[in-house]
Design a binder for this molecule. Structure first.
Ligand code: AMP
Ligand code: GLY
Length: 424
């Protein structure tokens, strides 16, 4: 089969790496890819959200299956476009993608189908929102409705912070039309976990649990980022917690989307807070998590391409996945300054000193190859990923691998996986 993977991050490197192991995969293209993906797939000079150029390529090259990494092309309707031309593609339709592209839509689905989530109110005017927070006297979370590249969520303990967030989104239009509506919701306490499933519209298959580290610095301090590291499995997701998430969150969401006439097929990712009253949804995403995918796929023993095809062909029922019992830890190496401004074009040293996969799998994110060298080209640069017989050895192995790698300004969190250590 000829496969096209859309995207350029660590998630896409992990997807291409795993798909390449399938006997069904003959040739893999990646648009646009990165300096690491180039070694295993043919990279194309097409942006991930240029859905018309992607369609032209897939039609011309007779691509058998397209796998979409990021949310932007899904929200723009790449799946509807490809399907209208008879091309096979893995992911939800534009309407089903609203579970991620509109927080208001997602909240209404959760309310309608009794899916546990934080209590919320929706606002379109600055005045009504300010009136609501005036006497609240408690931490609240303020969220822009649309896709804001992970920047549209403000967890605010004080009234000043709440007013600032409301003004920034609704008045100053920091996120443009993505912020024409906001959600103000109750602040949940607990540990976060990511539950990622593959759906064919009716049936779901659950991937291994994982936990992301959203904040930039150790101890969950500093600004929110795309994710500074992940591990799998997440011990906070006990079998009881997982059963609850499957029965009270995932299945009702998939059934609910069916009842709405917008069946959900593709990857459904529930970001949940495990509160003292049980798991509650923080957000739905309609794609694989990044960096969670880097920590999950090395543990997947089954053929990923096969399960993706079963989803696309609506034949998931009865399919099972086999997992490696070992733990896996992914530590993200980022450019100095990320998630704010950072410099690019730094030479990355030591990549070939890490024996893949025994010592680590170094998934590339913001990298590019130039005259035989690998240079930094983004905020999150690498996801250094290692397995271990327990979480402690997985952590030690990932940091030992990271120790061999360097570039000017490189920074990473030193506490990825520590929460699991406390549990274990
Ligand atoms: P989201 O994009 O909605 O997942 O929000 C990004 C991050 O903000 C989450 O991963 C949480 O760390 C935090 N967050 C979002 N909603 C809430 C909430 N209701 N209570 C506490 N933290 C939240
Ligand atoms: N790791 C968070 C996300 O993929 O949205």
């Amino acid at each position: 089969m000829k496969i096209l993977v859309v995207g350029s991050g660590g998630r896409e490197h992990a997807l291409v790496w795993k798909i390449a192991q399938s006997p069904l995969a003959e040739k893999i293209y990646c648009a646009p890819g990165n300096g690491g993906i180039e070694d295993i797939a043919q990279c194309l000079d097409i942006a991930a959200d240029d859905i018309n150029a992607l369609l032209d390529f897939a039609s011309r090259e007779k691509i058998d299956l397209t796998v979409v990494g990021p949310e932007a092309p899904l929200a723009e309707g790449i799946v509807d476009l490809f399907k209208s031309k008879g091309l096979k593609i893995f992911g939800p339709s534009k309407l089903a993608s609203r579970l991620e592209s509109s927080k208001v839509f997602a909240k209404h689905i959760m309310k309608k189908y009794n899916i546990p989530t934080a209590g919320f109110e929706e606002f379109t005017t600055v005045e009504s929102a300010l009136r609501f927070v005036k006497d609240a006297g408690r931490p609240l979370v303020i969220k822009a409705d649309g896709l804001c590249a992970g920047k549209g969520v403000f967890v605010c303990a004080t009234i000043e912070g709440q007013e600032q967030a409301i003004n920034s989104i609704l008045k100053d239009k920091t996120f443009g039309d993505c912020g024409s509506r906001i959600i103000i919701e109750e602040c949940l306490l607990g540990q976060e976990a990511s539950i990622i499933v593959i759906s064919d519209g009716d049936n779901v298959i659950t991937m291994a649990s994982s936990q992301d580290h959203k904040r930039a610095f150790d101890g969950d301090l500093g600004p929110n980022t795309g994710g500074m590291g992940a591990y799998s499995p997440a011990p906070v997701v006990t079998s009881e917690v997982l059963k609850f998430i499957q029965e009270k969150i995932i299945i009702p969401a998939v059934k609910g989307m069916n009842s709405e006439g917008t069946p959900f097929s593709g990857v459904l990712y529930a970001g949940v807070m495990i509160t003292k009253d049980g798991p509650k949804v923080l957000e739905f995403n309609v794609r694989f998590g990044d960096p969670e995918t880097q920590a999950i796929l090395p543990r997947l023993k089954s053929d990923l391409l096969e399960v993706i095809l079963k989803s696309v062909d609506k034949k998931l029922e009865g399919h099972t996945l086999e997992w490696d019992a070992r733990d896996c830890v992914c530590v993200v190496a980022a450019s100095g300054g990320y998630p704010g401004e950072y410099e690019k074009g730094k030479i990355i040293k030591g990549l070939t000193d890490v024996a893949w996969p025994e010592q680590g799998m170094v998934f590339h994110a913001g990298t590019k190859k130039q005259e035989g060298q690998i240079l930094t080209s983004g905020g999150r640069v690498l996801g250094v990923t290692s397995m271990g017989n327990d979480i402690k050895s997985a952590i030690d192995n990932a940091y030992a691998a990271l120790d061999k790698i360097s570039f000017e300004g490189m920074f990473f969190r030193g506490d990825i996986g520590k929460k699991a250590l406390r549990k274990g």
